[in-house]
Design a protein around this ligand. Structure first.
Ligand code: NAD
Ligand code: DAU
Length: 354
C-alpha cells in the first residue's frame, strides 16, 4: 500500500489527479494534499472527496522545510507527485521572483526531505537489483524546451531552452531533480506535458478565459495574430500518464506527454465561439505576449511505446465535454472571478477596448 504526497492538489491538474488516484488506485492507502491555497488553489475542487478516509488536506507551503519534514515523519511517504507551482506565463512576466522561489526552491525542499527520509545510497543506482519502493515524480512542462519552428517536435533529448521566467523556473527545477538523481541516487522521474484543458482550470488560461468572456459577451483577447500553436491534451489523459509513469517508468527517466493535437490559438477561440453560438466579432487581437513561443509539439513515442500509455480523449469530444462543464459550473467560475481576479484582469488586459 502506498502513502502518497501530492503537492498543489487544489489547483487545476492537481485536483484532477487527486480525483483520479482516489478512484483508480486501490493501492493508495493515504493521499496527503499539501497546498498553500494561492489564488490558483481552490478547495471547492475537492468537496466531493473530502470525506474519503484516505484523503488528508494540509494547508501549507512547500518551501516550509520544517513542515515538509514533519509530514514525511508523520505519513511515511513512499511516493511524491509534485504539481505545486506558479504556473501562469503572463504572471511570470510581471513578477518573476515568486516563480523562482516556489518552483525552484520549493522543489529543492521536497527533494531534500525525500533524500533524508528515504535513506538512498548514491551507489545503489548502479546496482542491478536497484528496484526502490519509493519514487519522486516532478511534473514539468514542454515549455522547458523553448519554441519550435514550423516543423519538428520536442523529444526528451531536445536541449532545454526556456524563454519565459516561468519556463526558466521549471527548467531549473528539472535540473535540480536530475542532479539529486545523479548525485544522491534519488529515484526520480520527470514528466513534460503539453497544454492541458478540462474541468477546474483557473480562468486566466486560454480556454476557460475565452469561455468565460464569451458567456459574458465580453471581448476575447487574442495575443498577436493568434497563429501560435500549442499541443492540447485532456487533463484526465495527463493524470493517467502520470499514474503510468509512477507504475512503470524507468528510474531517472524523463517522459514527454502529449496528445498529437496541434492547434493554433485562433482555431480554439473560434471553436469556442461556434459551440457557444457567439459571434466572431467578439475576437479582439491585442498586443502579443513578450517572448511568446510560436509553436510547441510533443513527440510522445517514448511513453506510448515503452509504457503503453495513449490519450483516451479525442480533442473534439474533450472540448465538447469541457465547454459543457464550464456551462454547468458558472457559479464555480463566478466565485473565483469575483474579488482579486477583477484587479488581475484590469492589470493584464486594461488597455483593451470593450
Ligand atoms: P495551478 O496554477 O492551477 O495550480 C497550482 C497549485 O499549486 C495551486 O493549488 C496553488 O495553491 C499551489 N501552490 C502554489 N504555490 C505553492 C506553494 N508554495 N506551496 C504549496 N502549494 C502551492 O497549476 P496547474 O495548471 O494545475 O499546473 C500544475 C503543474 O503542472 C505545474 O507544476 C505546471 O508547471 C505543470 N504543467 C501544467 C500544464 C498546464 O497546461 N496547466 C501543462 C504541463 C505542466
Ligand atoms: O505547455 C504547457 C504550459 O501550458 C504549462 O506549462 C503552463 O503552466 C500553462 O499555463 C500553459 O502555458 P501557455 O502559456 O501555453 O497557456 P495559456 O493558456 O496562458 O496560453 C495558451 C496560448 O494562448 C498561448 O499561446 C497564449 C495565448 N493566449 C493566452 C491568453 C491567456 C491568448 O492569446 N490570449 C490570452 O488571453
Amino acid at each position: 500500500m502506498k502513502n502518497m504526497l501530492v503537492t498543489g492538489g487544489a489547483g487545476f491538474i492537481g485536483s484532477n489527479f487527486v480525483h483520479y488516484i482516489l478512484s483508480h488506485s486501490s493501492d493508495v492507502e493515504k493521499l496527503v494534499n499539501l497546498d498553500l491555497l494561492t489564488y490558483a488553489g481552490n478547495l471547492e475542487n475537492l468537496v466531493d472527496i473530502q470525506e474519503d478516509s484516505r484523503y488528508h488536506f494540509v494547508h501549507g507551503d512547500i518551501r516550509d522545510r520544517e513542515l515538509v519534514n514533519r509530514l514525511f515523519d508523520e505519513y511515511n511517504f513512499d511516493t511524491v507527485v509534485h504539481f505545486a507551482a506558479e504556473s501562469h506565463v503572463d504572471r511570470s512576466i510581471v513578477d518573476p521572483e515568486i516563480f523562482l522561489t516556489t518552483n525552484v526552491i520549493g522543489t529543492q525542499m521536497l527533494l531534500d526531505a525525500a533524500k533524508s527520509h528515504w535513506k538512498i545510497h548514491p551507489e545503489d543506482k548502479y546496482s542491478r537489483e536497484y528496484k526502490p519502493d519509493v519514487r519522486y515524480l516532478q511534473v514539468s512542462t514542454d515549455e522547458v524546451y523553448g519554441a519550435l519552428g514550423k516543423t519538428g517536435m520536442f523529444q526528451e533529448t531536445t536541449p532545454l531552452s526556456p524563454n519565459s521566467p516561468y519556463s526558466a523556473s521549471k527548467a531549473s527545477a528539472d535540473m535540480v531533480v536530475r542532479a539529486y538523481h545523479e548525485t544522491f541516487g534519488l529515484p526520480v522521474n520527470i514528466t513534460r506535458c503539453s497544454n492541458n484543458y478540462g474541468p477546474y482550470q483557473f480562468p486566466e488560461k486560454l480556454i476557460p478565459l475565452m469561455i468565460h468572456n464569451a458567456l459574458e459577451d465580453k471581448a476575447l483577447p487574442v495575443y498577436g495574430d493568434g497563429m501560435q500553436i500549442r499541443d492540447w491534451l485532456h487533463v484526465q489523459d495527463h493524470c493517467a500518464a502520470i499514474a503510468t509513469v509512477l507504475e512503470k517508468g524507468r528510474i531517472g527517466e524523463v517522459y514527454n506527454i502529449g496528445g498529437n493535437n496541434e492547434k493554433a490559438n485562433i482555431q480554439i477561440v473560434k471553436l469556442i465561439l461556434q459551440v457557444l453560438d457567439k459571434p466572431e466579432s467578439l475576437i479582439q487581437h491585442v498586443q502579443d505576449r513578450p517572448g511568446h513561443d510560436r509553436r510547441y509539439a510533443i513527440d510522445n513515442t517514448k511513453i506510448t511505446t515503452e509504457l503503453g500509455w495513449a490519450p483516451a480523449h479525442t480533442f473534439e469530444r474533450g472540448m465538447a465535454e469541457t465547454i459543457q462543464w464550464y456551462l454547468e459550473h458558472q457559479k464555480w467560475t463566478e466565485r473565483i472571478t469575483s474579488g482579486v481576479y477583477q484587479q488581475y484582469y484590469k492589470n493584464m488586459y486594461g488597455k483593451m477596448n470593450g
